[in-house]
Design a protein around this ligand. Structure first.
Ligand code: URA
Length: 195
């Protein structure tokens, strides 16, 4: 699909989704933070919902979590420029609360269509909400799936902890989780054949 066709389809997708009555309360008075990045990116990264900084700037993962996410991907050899970054919810929930299950459910179809439009090789679910929004319960619990590669709709799917979870840990523990995340992300890249 041509880039402009993808852009048009993405805009239509978000327009339909944003008028769902069940989401009206969440959407009221808030910035709609759409996915961002190369529309034919090889890697799609899915988070939970925009935070304060994202709501202010209208872009996903531009606050502290985004800085860490970018660093982890970069450490695994995945440039940010090769990623399409989006969230289950495009609106910041009040006081950064966790999205309600009905909000995640209402977003599942849009998220699946959004990923299909980008058509990446690899999808990274950052955190439990992203895992639920993407898998709709079909691949078990996030805690069991974390750091492992799965297959979803013919794409490779990796579950990693949400960067904000890592940001709340003490430095030694955070270092362990960062290393485990980078190690898992490294497997996204084509592996060199052994000699
Ligand atoms: N956390 C998320 O899950 N998404 C963002 O865009 C920012 C913080």
């Amino acid at each position: 699909m041509e880039q402009t066709d993808r852009e048009t389809a993405m805009t239509a997708l978000y327009e339909d989704y944003a008028t769902m009555p069940v989401l009206a309360r969440l959407a009221a008075g808030r910035a709609l933070v759409r996915g961002h990045g190369m529309l034919s990116a090889p890697v799609a990264v899915v988070g939970e919902a925009p935070g304060e900084e994202e709501d202010r700037r209208g872009l996903p993962f531009v606050g502290r979590s985004g800085v860490l996410l970018k660093h982890l991907l970069g450490s695994a050899g995945i440039p940010w420029e090769y990623c399409y970054v989006t969230n289950v919810l495009p609106w910041r929930p009040p006081a950064n609360r966790t999205p309600y299950p009905f909000e995640v459910q209402a977003s599942e179809a849009r998220l699946a269509a959004e990923v299909a439009l980008v058509d990446p090789v690899v999808v990274v679910a950052a955190g439990e909400v992203a895992w639920r929004g993407l898998t709709r319960g079909s691949l078990g619990r996030f805690a069991d799936a974390r750091f492992q590669w799965h297959e979803l709709d013919g794409r490779r799917l990796l579950a990693v902890p949400h960067p904000s979870f890592i940001l709340h840990l003490k430095s030694e523990e955070a270092a362990e989780w960062k290393n485990a995340t980078v190690d898992a992300l490294r497997l996204a890249l084509p592996q060199k054949a052994s000699a």
